[in-house]
Design a protein around this ligand. Structure first.
Ligand code: NAI
Length: 242
């Protein structure tokens, strides 16, 4: 049995990942700070719901402990929890900058580290998938906090891949392009912002969450055993066009 933990499982890409992993036969632990949403996804996929804020080290530790209590081990973790700033008025607020980095970077680190400590103790490797963005390498207007955070996630994945390779733990970063989820609903609903986001996407449309989940699920599977430290854009060709 494969035991997989998915953060941000209450919505969007995390929920799609939980569904796909469960359909593949994994036991899935659904972690989100939104209690009702994570319960809904967990019920949907027959998984274990855990309410936790990924910026809270004790809560993250407790989530991994709950996983081990329920299933005995952890094989894979997909860190999908993340936030974007939607209000232009907030974009230069230092507290907002800190919060975006705390959730996207520190939150990914805390979850990856808590899972890796357990994987190291198990002694037979493991797989960590981080969710960066096409904005890990390209910044659009108004994205300082988000782009810095996603650049941080990219380098976090590379650094942890190097550090944990001796333990057989792989760490990879998926870079979604614009994806049709509640996070991007505001931007995609605003004609000007939608044009900015989709302009230059060769496939000419946003991704469906399930299209991102497919790649996360691959990197979280034993089939990807020799892939580590990679950054894999899933962006409809946006970065290729430049
Ligand atoms: P979403 O907003 O639909 O889902 C994010 C989930 O994370 C929500 O359920 C939310 O409750 C949870 N969450 C947020 N902060 C949390 C915290 N501190 N602790 C625990 N859970 C928390 O967003 P979406 O689109 O599914 O995003 C998932 C990831 O994909 C994020 O890291 C996002 O930055 C990334 N991404 C999304 C893109 C898009 O266009 N939607 C494009 C590129 C990357």
């Amino acid at each position: 049995d494969v035991i997989s933990v998915v953060t941000g499982a209450g919505s969007g890409i995390g929920a799609a990942t939980a569904r796909l992993l469960a359909a593949r036969g994994d036991h899935v632990v659904c972690v989100d700070r939104d209690e009702a949403a994570t319960r809904d996804t967990a019920t949907d996929v027959g998984g274990l719901p855990v309410t936790a804020d990924v910026t809270d080290p004790a809560a993250v530790e407790a989530a991994v402990e709950a996983t081990v209590r329920a299933f005995g081990r952890v094989d894979a973790v997909a860190c999908c929890a993340g936030v974007e700033v939607n209000e232009a008025a907030q974009r230069l607020d230092p507290r907002v900058f800190d919060r975006v980095l705390a959730v996207n970077v520190t939150g990914s680190f805390l979850v990856a580290a808590a899972a890796a400590r357990r994987m190291i103790a198990q002694g037979d490797g493991g797989r960590v998938v981080l969710v960066g963005s096409a904005n890990s390498v390209v910044a659009l207007p108004g994205q300082a906090a988000y782009a810095v955070s996603k650049g941080g996630v990219l380098m976090l994945g590379r650094a942890l891949a190097v550090d944990w390779a001796p333990h057989g733990i792989t760490v990879n970063v998926v870079g979604p392009g614009v994806t049709d989820t509640p996070m991007s609903a505001g931007s995609l609903g605003d004609p000007e912002r939608r044009a900015l986001l989709l302009d230059g996407v060769p496939l000419g449309r946003p991704a469906r969450p399930a299209e991102i989940a497919e790649v996360i699920a691959f990197l979280a599977s034993p089939a990807a055993s020799y892939v580590t430290g990679a950054f894999l854009p899933v962006d409809g060709g946006w970065l290729a066009r430049g």
